[in-house]
Design a protein around this ligand. Structure first.
Ligand code: ADP
Ligand code: ADP
Ligand code: MG
Length: 672
């Protein structure tokens, strides 16, 4: 086994590799870009080397810098993770030349599978079934169009150098072929520097089923069963599971054997995945699966295989790369239970899944145990940047059977607390609970077909959400008051510190919350026993509760106990409930009132008391937050501060005056 390895990657996969290396007593070296100096993978590794700028072409894709970092730190081997340099045969060769072990297949095997067209030709020779189509060298548009006719529409145009669903176009009719071809070629040239394409029969109801294979350098090769990755969006996997639902045993063995044959045909060593597409127009049939491509690396969704086989595939990779034999033979491998993985992304399903960048002000994954695993590269407080893939985590669950696993998945997703960026968790919950998905009625068109059921429609904040916000804000204010009385002399009144409070009628406060584009007016009624009655536009609810000091709110609403996460960022407040998140903005009613009343505003006494000191004079120009007047009430001094920059126009009271609750203490003509 190696003494020390370098991980040429970032994010969750770098952390994942480090976790196993640590368990095996192998020292680890991380590499990082400018944007990742404080990243989780850097913190987890024993050593870390800076390799350049935030953009991947300036750091993670620069083979020479990665190799130099390994030499500098005395690492013996390099684990490439997935993406980046993992399927770059030039990098694998450069490692060997530098005397480093590349933890992956030989360069020749990467090359054999690197181009989809050549790989298909090779697989045909090895008697592995391939999707009917054209993968020749002649790329003239006329010939391609003729081949498309021969294959029969619909056809799929694929970039031979493709990956990640790029450079792919479905064409339904001959008249659309030329334009689709030009589009695919342009995209392929941009993404891969190679505009060559192949054509395939487009399967109308396919499932994506892939086989995990493993080979050692002693001539042994096994498969670790299948993963079903049919739930995709734009040809990208969203949810993966193992084993594939309703897989006939005969088909499983046929696919496993075909995958092992594929690996043997190219002298494969290490972890690889053979991706097949199965025509399920008449259900799963042992003679209706076809080779699509082989990914010559560890795959994003490898954990589901680990969960059902009880094996650690990174450990297998390290053992095989250091020259050991495969830990198990085919006959020793069995499937136990069912595992599902969901990719949690910082993206907004309501905005066509646009990536959402920002700081993860709250990031609390569900607790990990024998059933729940979280693979992540970020912690609370870290940022999702525009430089890298916006994946926050992979959530993997295991249970005895598929429906139990899906139930666990929904539960674990609901427990995931994220604030600061938009996420796809509500979408994933809808997916994992969709009746058709639960029934195993899968194919790659699933998300498109059920789009309307899956994309959450924005719901206006319910009275319950309003009550939770009102409670949280009130508790914050009470805490501030308590703090203030503990350290008397603090000139900053909690009343002024908490925005959104109109200091008016007895026993009431008004709270204005902006929910997307509309303002919701709530009234908070203080009941004699300390509870609140929160009046929303539709109904009212009685609430009480406590802040737990760790971003949680324990509330009792009309006698029903519940826990919510509360994340406060300036005037924004996010309420997190199982599987839901609502962001509301607290609107300062004084500022809002000013706008309506043409720049005039009043500050009123929040409770009966005595004016202790007047700090300004009529006509004074004041800044936002400037203390204006000190009021003594309930044996405490409270400072009334300017809610905005402006001019004091009226000051009816002098020091020593008694004031009633709601009395106008001062008028302020605000600017802006
Ligand atoms: P496939 O290539 O068949 O879609 P995967 O789902 O394993 O297989 O990976 C998708 C591709 O997207 C990978 O090849 C990888 O390059 C890229 N990718 C996905 N997630 C990340 C990530 N977090 N960081 C870097 N690359 C990623
Ligand atoms: P990539 O390298 O981008 O992962 P793949 O060849 O693996 O490309 O295909 C990605 C996805 O596109 C598959 O998982 C499947 O959903 C869809 N796809 C690929 N080939 C076909 C086909 N012939 N018919 C229908 N869908 C296909
Ligand atoms: Mg693929």
């Amino acid at each position: 086994m190696f003494r020390k390895i370098l991980i040429a990657n970032r994010g969750e996969i770098a952390c994942r590799v480090i976790r196993t290396a640590k368990r095996l007593g192998v020292a680890t070296v991380a590499v990082y870009s400018d944007a990742d100096a404080k990243a989780r993978h850097v913190a987890m590794a024993d050593e870390a080397v800076h390799i350049g700028g935030a953009a991947v072409r300036d750091s993670y894709l620069v083979a020479e810098r990665v190799i130099n970092a390994a030499k500098l730190t005395g690492a013996q081997a390099i684990h490439p993770g997935y993406g980046f340099l993992s399927e770059n045969s030039g990098f694998a060769k450069a490692c060997a030349e530098a005397g480093l072990v590349f933890i992956g297949p030989p360069p020749s095997a990467i090359e054999a599978m690197g181009l989809k067209g050549a790989a298909k030709a090779l697989m045909e020779k090895a008697k592995v079934p391939v999707v009917p189509g054209y993968h020749g060298d002649d790329q003239s548009p006329e010939l391609l169009a003729k081949e498309a006719e021969r294959i029969g529409y619909p056809v799929l145009i694929k970039a031979v150098a493709g990956g990640g669903g790029k450079g792919m176009r479905r064409v339904d009719a001959p008249k659309d072929f030329a334009a689709a071809l030009a589009g695919a070629q342009r995209e392929a040239a941009n993404a891969f520097g190679d505009d060559k394409v192949l054509l395939e029969k487009y399967l109308v109801k396919p499932r994506h089923i892939e086989i995990q294979v493993f080979a050692d350098s002693h001539g042994n090769a096994v498969h670790l069963f299948e993963r079903d990755c049919s739930v995709q969006r734009r040809h990208q996997k969203v949810l993966e599971e193992a084993p594939a639902p309703d897989m006939p045993p005969a088909m499983r063995s046929a696919m496993g054997e075909a995958a092992v044959a594929a690996a043997k045909a190219i002298g494969y060593v290490g972890a690889g995945t053979v991706e097949f597409i199965a025509d399920v127009s008449e259900g799963l049939k042992p003679d209706r699966f076809y080779f699509m491509e082989m990914n010559t690396r560890l795959q994003v969704e490898h954990p589901v295989t680990e969960m059902i086989t009880g094996q650690d595939l990174v450990e297998w990779q390290l053992r095989v790369a250091s020259g050991e034999r495969l830990p198990l033979a085919q006959k020793d491998l069995v499937i136990d239970g069912h595992a599902v993985e969901a990719r949690i992304y910082a993206e907004d399903p309501q905005k066509n899944f646009l990536p959402s960048v920002g700081t993860l002000h709250r990031l609390r994954p569900p607790a990990e145990d024998a059933h729940v695993r979280v693979d992540t590269g970020v912690r609370e407080g870290d940022a999702v940047t525009p430089y890298y893939d916006p994946m926050i985590a992979k959530l993997i669950v295991w249970d005895r059977d598929r429906l139990s696993a899906l139930r666990r998945m929904r539960q674990a997703l609901a427990e995931y607390q994220v604030a600061g960026v938009a996420t796809n968790t509500a979408f994933l919950i809808a997916l994992a609970g969709h009746p058709a998905f639960m029934a195993g009625d899968l194919d790659t068109g699933f998300i498109e077909r059920f789009r309307a059921d899956l994309i959450p429609t924005p719901q206006p904040a319910s009275t319950m959400i309003l009550a939770l916000v009102a409670l949280a804000v009130t508790l914050e204010r009470r805490e501030a008051v308590a703090r203030q009385s503990a350290q008397s002399g603090d000139p900053w009144s909690p009343w002024a510190a908490v925005n959104g409070w109109r200091m008016n009628d007895q026993g009431w406060d008004e709270l204005i919350l902006r929910d997307r584009d509309s303002d919701i007016h709530c009234r908070i009624e203080y009941l004699p026993d300390g509870d609140l009655r929160v009046h929303g536009p539709e109904s009212s609810l009685v609430v009480q509760g406590n802040l737990d000091g760790d971003g949680g709110l324990d509330a009792v609403i009309e006698g029903r106990r519940l826990r919510a996460g509360i994340v406060r960022q300036n005037d924004d407040i996010v309420v997190l409930l199982p599987g839901e998140s609502h962001r509301l903005t607290i609107i300062d009613p004084r500022a809002a009132g000013d706008a309506e009343e043409g720049g005039g505003g009043q500050l009123t006494a929040p409770m009966p008391g005595k004016v202790v000191q007047v700090l300004v004079t009529e006509g004074a120009k004041v800044e936002k937050g400037q203390p204006l007047l000190i009021l003594e009430a309930m044996k405490m001094e409270h400072t009334i501060s300017a809610p905005a920059r402006g001019t004091v126009t009226k000051l009816p009271f002098l020091a020593g005056d008694q004031v009633a609750e709601g009395a106008v203490l001062l008028n302020l003509e605000t600017e802006d």
